[in-house]
Structure formats: structure tokens, C-alpha cells
Design a protein around this ligand. Structure first.
Ligand SMILES: Cc1cc2nc3c(=O)[nH]c(=O)nc-3n(C[C@H](O)[C@H](O)[C@H](O)COP(=O)(O)OP(=O)(O)OC[C@H]3O[C@@H](n4cnc5c(N)ncnc54)[C@H](O)[C@@H]3O)c2cc1C
Length: 440
């Protein structure tokens, strides 16, 4: 089939896999809708730097990042603070998103990746059941295979024929809607909890963070339903009461965005097609961090493509990518989707109850929220997810609220363990149907 690879969208996983393949001698072109130099948002991101090495990406220069502080967590009342305790070697780094992009793009270009900017991708070009190219604002482009790194609402994935088994558009219940902005610093009052996460702030289902930086306060408001600026302003006023450093003036950012927070696509491949990053729903379901997983996935996908020495790039040869990602990351993270949906069934007073009664402790939060690598869960003290559910169920108050959670989690873990190792379309689609249903 040849070695011409098309990457749709300059997502983090997309440029990472493009770089590995270009370095290995493939002819790789990325098609990106934005203009050169405009990628990313006007804010910082947090990710596990070890994931860069997995993808063969060098560490950025030291003056471009900081080590992320441990986060503190509380319920709606802001009391009963729990604190992460990430070991030094596992700490994540914080970096401006524009600098991350510049670093990745420079690396990609040095490996031989070609990038076409200002080129919106409209959808896939099909030849029977095989994806053979992409339709774009600059015309049709054909390749031996298409890597879809167009993000959560990818027009490539959404416009594939559904008979291929790759899931299309998802609804808002599977995304978290985010407002993020940096506000002015209203006072110099010191704070013990520099990076604070507040669950259900103001009684609204969702997650908020308030991070006190030297010159500004970084605020994120995440909800599972659409919300508007009036809601943002009310939330900021509410947050200001317990965070005296938070001012009311936006100095950077100030945008609404969305992140998929659900299990990874059960079928992320088809003939001539593989999805990566947010397009394959790789962010951690509870917190929405997706970069490290996208970098790790890029190595697995590139290795799978390179191992296909007959250059077939069919669902059969690409299925190894799906299986390896699932075993290394996807299956473990899927249980966190269950934790998220359970949390969503709770009322603000239930969340407060969990914090007050030590049902979740510092160790659990450390693991839930900062998973550098699923294999490191135990090192973080998170030993027994089913045990936690059982502990919560022993509590009379929560039993009615959480009775389905243990069963659901067991179902998810059961079907996660049944993923077919080899591609057999009928068997894979039958498994995917059962696995996906377990989350509903
Ligand atoms: C507010 C916010 C904060 C986040 N914070 C963190 C964090 O701290 N740490 C972390 O690990 N993750 C974070 N994430 C998630 C992280 O951004 C993603 O998981 C990660 O970027 C991987 O996504 P992606 O690169 O696949 O997709 P995206 O980042 O969505 O990139 C997709 C790319 O494809 C392009 N594109 C989309 N549609 C088209 C089209 N039709 N034609 C051509 N190009 C197209 C886009 O312009 C973009 O360049 C955050 C996300 C958001 C929104």
C-alpha cells in the first residue's frame, strides 16, 4: 500500500505519532485547520513528563516548565480539605500550552513531518469500507492510512460509516464543559492550599479549581451541562469568598471548551484508519487530562504501523494498537468513568458527606486525580477500588445512593477483560456492544 500517512488535525497524539513515523522513513503530512503559530490556548497545562520520552520527544528546556504543586480537594462547603502527596519522581509538570505546541511542532519538523495549516478537514474519503483519504478545504488528499487526531468532535470519526463499528458523535453527558481564565491577584494573602479543587462549588454538579499563582489566579469551572457567562460570574463571586487572592478581572484566557471524559473508543481502528488522543476519547475520565495518554498512545500506534511490514493497514493489523492501549491504559481508566458517573448521581450534600466521613482519603484522591501511569496506581496508595466501593456501601446513608456503583464497576471490569486479542469483525463488534453498554 505504500508509506504515505495522513494525520488529520495537529492534536498532541497526532504530531507525536507523525514524528515517530517520519523518523522511521514514512511520508507523513498533518492537515490542521488553524494557522501557523496560533495553536493552543492562552493558559498552562499539566502532564506527566515521562510520557514525552515514551514518544521519543525530548524534554523541553528547563525554563519552559515548572513542577506542579500538590492539589487540595474539598466538597461544596470548602471544609475538610484532602491533599495529594505525589512522590517527587512522579510529579507532573506545568507548561504554557503554546510552548508545548511549539516544542512538539519543532520536534515533528526535525523528524521530517510536513504540516499544512489553514486546512479544515471535512471528513473521510471512503473506498468501500476502507478509509483512503480526507476531504479538506484545500481539496482531497489520499494516503495509505489516515490517523485521526482532530479532537473530540472529529469530522473524520463522526462521518465514518457506522457499520465499521467506530463510535461517532457523543452527547454532552460524555463531555465536561469547561470555562478557564486567569484572574488578577486581589491580595497577597498567603494560602496553605495553592492549588485547590472544589467539587460541586455553589451546589452545581461539576469541578472547579482555584490555583494561586505569583501574579494571577488560575480558575477553571467544569460542568456536565452547558452554562453561560452569568453562571461564570456568579461562581467567581462565590469562589472569591473563600479565596481572597482571587480578583474579578480576567487577565488571560476566558474561553469555553469541552473535553471528552468517558472510556476510550472500544473500536478505534478501521481499514486505513486509527484514532488517537481526544478523537479516541483518551483523556482520564475523571479529570480530563489527555496529553500523557496521547503521547503514550502515539508510541503504540507507530509501533503497530511499523510492524505491519506488508503495509496493509487494515483493522486486522491495526487492532494490536487497540488491544495494547486498552491493556496498558484504557481498561484501568474505564473504571474511573464509573466513579465519575457515580459522583454525578450524588447531591452536593452527599459529596460533602463523603469528605466529612473519610470515605475517600488522601491516597484515593492522589490516585484518582494524578495518574501518571495506571501501573503506578499502587505506588500512589490506591490499592483496591472495589474495596472503596464496599466501604462506602457499608455506610447506611450512602447505600441507597451507591448501590448500583459496585455492580456497574464489576460489569465494566468483566467486559474490559474480554476484549478479543485478534481482529474478527463479528466478535469485536459483539464485544464492543456489550462493553459500551456496561457504561450506560
Ligand atoms: C481547558 C482544557 C484544559 C486541559 N488541560 C489539560 C491538562 O492540564 N493536562 C492534560 O493532559 N490535558 C489537558 N486537556 C486535554 C488535552 O488538551 C487533550 O486531551 C490533548 O490535547 C489531546 O487532545 P488532541 O490533541 O487529541 O485533540 P485537540 O487538543 O482537540 O487537538 C485537535 C487538533 O485538531 C484540529 N482540528 C480539529 N478539527 C479539525 C478539522 N476539522 N480540520 C483540521 N483540523 C482540525 C484542532 O485545531 C487541533 O489542533 C485540557 C483540555 C482543555 C480543553
Amino acid at each position: 500500500m505504500g508509506k504515505k500517512i495522513i494525520v488529520a488535525g495537529l492534536g498532541h497524539g497526532g504530531i507525536a505519532v507523525a514524528a515517530i513515523l517520519a523518523k522511521a522513513g514514512y511520508d507523513v503530512t498533518v492537515y490542521e485547520q488553524k494557522s501557523e503559530g496560533t495553536l493552543g490556548y492562552d493558559w498552562t497545562d499539566i502532564f506527566d513528563p515521562k510520557s514525552l520520552a515514551v514518544a521519543g520527544i525530548p524534554m523541553p528546556p528547563e525554563d519552559k516548565y515548572k513542577i506542579k504543586e500538590d492539589m487540595s480537594f474539598c466538597g461544596p462547603c470548602g471544609n475538610n480539605m484532602l491533599k495529594q502527596h505525589i512522590p517527587e519522581a512522579m510529579k507532573e509538570i506545568k507548561m504554557e500550552r503554546k510552548d508545548i505546541y511549539a516544542h512538539l511542532i519543532n520536534h515533528g519538523l526535525s523528524c521530517g513531518v510536513k504540516i499544512v495549516y489553514d486546512c479544515e478537514v471535512y471528513g473521510p474519503i471512503m473506498a468501500g469500507d476502507r478509509v483512503v483519504g480526507i476531504k479538506t478545504a484545500k481539496g482531497d488528499f489520499y494516503g495509505s492510512m489516515i490517523i485521526d487526531a482532530c479532537g473530540c468532535n472529529s469530522p473524520v470519526r463522526c462521518n465514518l460509516p457506522r457499520c465499521l463499528g467506530v463510535e461517532g458523535a457523543i452527547d454532552n453527558s460524555q463531555k465536561i464543559l469547561i470555562y478557564r481564565a486567569f484572574y488578577n491577584k486581589a491580595s497577597d494573602e498567603p494560602t496553605d492550599d495553592v492549588f485547590k479543587i472544589i467539587l460541586y462549588a455553589g451546589g452545581k454538579p461539576g469541578i472547579n479549581w482555584v490555583a494561586a499563582e505569583e501574579d494571577y489566579t488560575d480558575v477553571l469551572i467544569g460542568r456536565f451541562k452547558e452554562f453561560d457567562m452569568a453562571d461564570v460570574e456568579a461562581t467567581i463571586k462565590n469562589l472569591m469568598k473563600k479565596n481572597p487572592r482571587l480578583g474579578s478581572e480576567v487577565v488571560r484566557g476566558g474561553q469555553f471548551v469541552e473535553i471528552p471524559i468517558r472510556h476510550t473508543l472500544s473500536v478505534p481502528v478501521a481499514d486505513g484508519y486509527a484514532a488517537i488522543g481526544d478523537s479516541a476519547f483518551m483523556p482520564i475520565p475523571l479529570v480530563g487530562s489527555g496529553m500523557a495518554n496521547a503521547f503514550r498512545a502515539s508510541r503504540i500506534l507507530a509501533d503497530t504501523i511499523i510492524a505491519d511490514t506488508e503495509e496493509k493497514y487494515t483493522a486486522e493489523t491495526l487492532w494490536d494498537y487497540a488491544v495494547k492501549y486498552h491493556k496498558e491504559l484504557g481498561a484501568g481508566l474505564a473504571t474511573l468513568e464509573c466513579v465519575r458517573s457515580t459522583l454525578l448521581q450524588l447531591k452536593p450534600q452527599d459529596v460533602e458527606f463523603i469528605f466529612e466521613n473519610d470515605i475517600i482519603n488522601d491516597d484515593d484522591l492522589t490516585a484518582f486525580t494524578s495518574i501518571a501511569d495506571v501501573k503506578e496506581l499502587e505506588a500512589l496508595g490506591f490499592k483496591d477500588i472495589m474495596g472503596k466501593v464496599k466501604r462506602a456501601l457499608r455506610n447506611k446513608y450512602l447505600i441507597g445512593k451507591l448501590c448500583g456503583a459496585g455492580v456497574n464497576m464489576a460489569k465494566i471490569m468483566y467486559f474490559a477483560g474480554k476484549m478479543p486479542e485478534k481482529w474478527d469483525k463479528e466478535k469485536v463488534l459483539a464485544w464492543a456492544k456489550k462493553y459500551d453498554k456496561a457504561f450506560k
